[in-house]
Each structure stands twice: as C-alpha cells, then as structure tokens.
Design a protein around this ligand. Structure first.
Ligand code: NAP
Length: 467
C-alpha cells in the first residue's frame, strides 16, 4: 500500500511538472505554472521521504532550513539579475548531482565491489562529469553576467583552445571508461575525473563572451537536467529520471529558440568568441543623427493613429516599465492605438520584455510578437524604440558583414517616424552601430529611458506645456 502511494505521488508530481512547463507558455497561465511546479516539488520530496524510511530527520530538517536561508535572499534580486541567479541555481543543482554520485560510489565501494555494476558505474560517471562541469561552468557564467572584476567579460581565447578542451574531456571520459570496467582497481581515477570535470567547466565558459551567457545558461540547464537523469538511475528513482529529462530537454529547446532568434548556431555561441567579432566589426558610421525633445515627440505621438513601442534591454536597465504603462494610458485616452512589438531576444533573457510589461499591468493582447507586428509596421505613424538597439538594426537584413546578419528584427525603420530613446550613441549587445538611428525619419531622444518616458507622460498630463 505504501509503495502504491509513493508511486502515485511520483505520477502526480510528474504530471504537475509537465503542466508547469506547458502553462509557462503564456503570461496568462504562468502564475499557475509556478504553483504547479512548487506543488510537484513538494509532493516529490514527501513521497521520497515516505519511501526512504529515514530515521535521521535532523539532517533533512537542517538541509531544508539551509535551502531556505540561501534561497529566500536569492529571490530578492532585481529582475535584471535573473540570468545570473538562474546560473547560480544550476551551479547548486550540478554540485548536488556531483556530490550524490561521489557519495554513492564510495558508499557502494565500502559495502562491497559487487554493488558497482557496469550500469551503475556508467550512470555515476555521467552524473559526476555533467554535475561538476555544470557546477564550475555555471559559477563562471554567473560571474561573467555579474561582471565580477577578476572574471574577464570578453572571450578569452588561445591557440588550440578547442582541441585542448575536447582533449581534456576525452581524458575524463577515458578515465571514466576504465573505472567502469575495473571499479575497484581504478578507484584512484575517481578524484581525477572530478578535477578534470571541474576544470573543463571553467575552460568551456572562458572563450564565450559575457553577453552570450544567457544562451549558455540555458544549455547548462540542460546539462544539469541530464546529470539529474543519471542521478535518477544511480538512486533508482524514476521521478528524478523524468524530471531531469524535462529539465534537460526544456533547457535545450530554449537554447535552440534563442540561437534561432539571434540567427546564430550552437557552435557559433560556444566556440565563436562573439565578443571578439564585434570589436572588428565596429566600423563607425560617420553620419550625424537628428535629435528631438520629448515635447516635440509627444506632439507627433498624440496626432498618430498607431504607435508601436519597441522595448529593449535599456527599458529593463532603467526600470522604465511603469512609466511606459503611464504613457500607454495617456495615449490610449487620446484615442491612439498603442501596441508593443516583442522581439524574442529583446533584453537579456527569454521573455524579459513580457515579464517587465506584465509587471506594469500592460494588457497581454497589446503585446504583439515580431512576426505579427512586422507586416503592420509600414502603417505605424510612430515607432517608439525604448532602449532597444540590435533588435531594430536594419543591418541584420542586408549587411552580410554584420555579426547580426540574418537575425530577424522588428522593422522599426519601416514606420513613418521613429523616436529612439537611449543615453548615448554607444552600441548594444552585438557591439555594432545601428543604421536606424541615422535614417532620415529617425529622431533620437537622448537620456535615461525612465526619465525620457517620464517627460513624455508629463507632457500628456499637462505638466510640460502639454495638453
Ligand atoms: P541591446 O542591443 O543590448 O541595446 C540596448 C540599448 O539600451 C543600448 O544601446 C543602450 O544604449 C540602451 N540603454 C541601456 N541602458 C539604458 C537606459 N538606462 N536608458 C535608456 N537606454 C539604455 O538590446 P536589445 O535591442 O534588447 O537586444 C538584445 C540583444 O541581446 C540582442 O543582440 C540579443 O541577441 C542579445 N541576447 C538576448 C538574449 C535574450 O534571451 N533576450 C540572450 C542572449 C543575447 P546607451 O548605453 O546609449 O543608453
């Protein structure tokens, strides 16, 4: 009876994990998804505890308390720091998998070598390699995203880098193979594999530029998931196998979506040293830009029928979403049709703009995906670009030498008038000039996004000589 209850618990938990991922597909159901995930995890932990006949409860209670002590402050971080927070979670997941695999190996070894079957050994080796490389790789990724001083942001490359990295991984795999074949005689290789995996995690990340880290993090997510699958085989726990597989595949799918939206291949992200390409490609356009005042821009906007707002990373940095909501309210009150054009990789993490705009209670039906808004861009009287740069750069469509060539963009250049809010002429993520800013019908509104949108709102609410 007890075993049936446990299996039922695992089944419900698996179903809830699947629903959680499914509901994450839409902002309307995302909140439900979070609760489903929490419920699934709670049921999983309870069922596992019921099944394991634990007597030393103080260890479990201590671990849960420790989890709370670390986890609660982690949840207080600002939204712009979510990518590095996610990387830290993966680091913990990888470390946990690696440590469980290590503990199981030495435990089984002490209980008798007959426990170390080739199947179990293979699962343990996969678990520790993936677990420990995810640990150091994710720590490096978090460090790069947090811009920690002693971790270089730019890609660090050297001769024969890829060959030596792959060589290192190959040595770890060969050691793993030897220990699978002769676990007792080759025990001394176990710590060697751990060290090689830890080093490999660091070396895997250093050639990748800081800005590519979000994609790398979702790839590391899939490694953490796969190490959890291996852990499931080691511990003979079916739920870990399914949950790990869900984690692994969703991480992989997300990285594929991100690569597609940037028109980059996996190999280009992992081995392309993107930050270096940027430096070479930065041939400055020696043209001048036109500027406009917030009042001037507001006057054009209030006479428009359709205004499309393109938010980008700068809106997140400035935390301007609530001002943007006020602007939306004011324009809508004046009968202007306002829509938001959402690029899949605007910002620094998938769904970044959706989350910010949802936080400011912008109606979901006003958020239009890139493919749906682009055909309407020629009809837009005004496009207001708020801290977006690469995702509206027309060079992606025609300049074969551009590092973003082929990346789908929002056609802001096709609107009748374009106002672009940013603080300077500095480039965005890809490190290149944006020809949109130099176009005849583009006017720059220089300044911090929150301040400039605030000025626009002030005009509409009558504060700056406006109506
Ligand atoms: P972007 O190209 O990085 O440009 C952001 C712009 O915001 C900058 O030009 C910056 O100019 C401006 N800015 C920064 N702080 C600001 C502030 N406080 N007020 C006003 N403007 C500010 O951003 P994007 O157009 O959103 O494009 C995203 C890029 O990230 C793409 O290249 C994409 O491939 C990449 N990426 C995205 C993801 C993802 O999942 N979303 C993942 C990996 C990579 P100033 O400094 O002059 O103000």
């Amino acid at each position: 009876m007890r075993s049936e209850i446990i299996q039922l618990g695992y089944l419900i938990s698996t179903a809830l994990f699947i629903f959680a991922l499914y509901w994450m597909n839409h902002p309307n159901t995302a909140r439900k998804a979070v609760f489903a995930g929490i419920a699934a995890m709670a049921i999983a932990v309870l069922a596992t505890m019921l099944g394991s006949g634990i007597t030393n409860w103080h260890w479990i209670v201590g671990a849960v308390a420790l989890g709370f002590i670390v986890g609660v402050p982690l949840s207080w971080i600002p939204l712009t720091a979510v990518p590095q927070r996610t990387a830290l979670s993966h680091a913990f997941g990888g470390l946990a998998a690696g440590l469980v695999g290590t503990a199981k190996f030495y435990l089984w070894l002490s209980e008798g070598p007959e426990n170390l079957t080739p199947f179990r050994m293979t699962a343990i080796i996969v678990e520790i390699i993936l677990g420990f490389l995810t640990f150091t790789g994710s720590l490096m990724a978090a460090g790069k995203l947090q811009e920690i001083k002693w971790i270089p942001q730019r890609p660090v490359t050297y001769r024969f880098q890829n060959v030596s990295n792959i060589g290192l991984l190959a040595i770890a795999l060969i050691c793993g193979l030897l220990i699978v074949i002769k676990p007792v005689e080759m025990t001394y290789l176990f710590p060697v594999i751990i060290v090689l995996s830890l080093v490999f995690g660091v070396l895997l990340i250093i050639p990748i530029g800081g800005a590519d880290m979000p994609t790398v993090i979702s790839l590391l997510n899939s490694y953490a998931g796969l190490s959890a699958v291996a852990m499931g085989f080691v511990l003979d726990n079916k739920l870990l196998v399914t949950a790990g597989a869900l984690d692994g595949s969703s991480g992989l799918i997300l990285s594929i979506i991100m690569c597609r939206a940037m028109n980059r291949s996996f190999t280009n992200v992992l081995f392309g040293a993107f930050g270096q390409v940027q430096a070479k490609a930065q041939a400055a356009l020696q043209k001048s830009v036109k500027t406009e005042t917030p009042e001037g821009a507001a006057q054009v906007m209030e006479n428009a029928s359709l205004v499309v707002i393109v938010p980008g990373y700068g809106m997140a940095v400035a935390q301007a979403q609530h001002r943007v909501r006020e602007l939306y309210d004011q324009l809508t009150k004046k009968g202007v049709d306002v829509r938001f054009a959402i690029h899949p990789v605007a910002g620094r993490m998938p769904g970044h703009m959706n989350v910010l705009l949802a936080e400011a209670d912008i109606p979901y039906d006003k958020l239009v995906e890139m493919d749906d808004i682009n055909p309407e861009m020629p009809q837009a009287d005004v496009v207001l670009v708020i801290g977006a740069n690469d995702v509206v750069n027309p060079a992606a469509r025609h300049d074969k030498t551009s590092p973003i060539y082929g990346m789908p963009i929002i056609d802001a250049d096709k609107a009748k008038t374009c106002f672009a809010i940013k603080r300077s002429m500095k480039p965005g993520f890809a490190g290149i000039e944006n020809e949109l800013y130099y176009s005849d019908h583009t006017y720059m509104l220089f300044g911090d996004a929150k301040a400039v949108v605030g000025e626009l709102v002030k005009y509409f609410s009558g504060g700056a000589g406006g109506h």
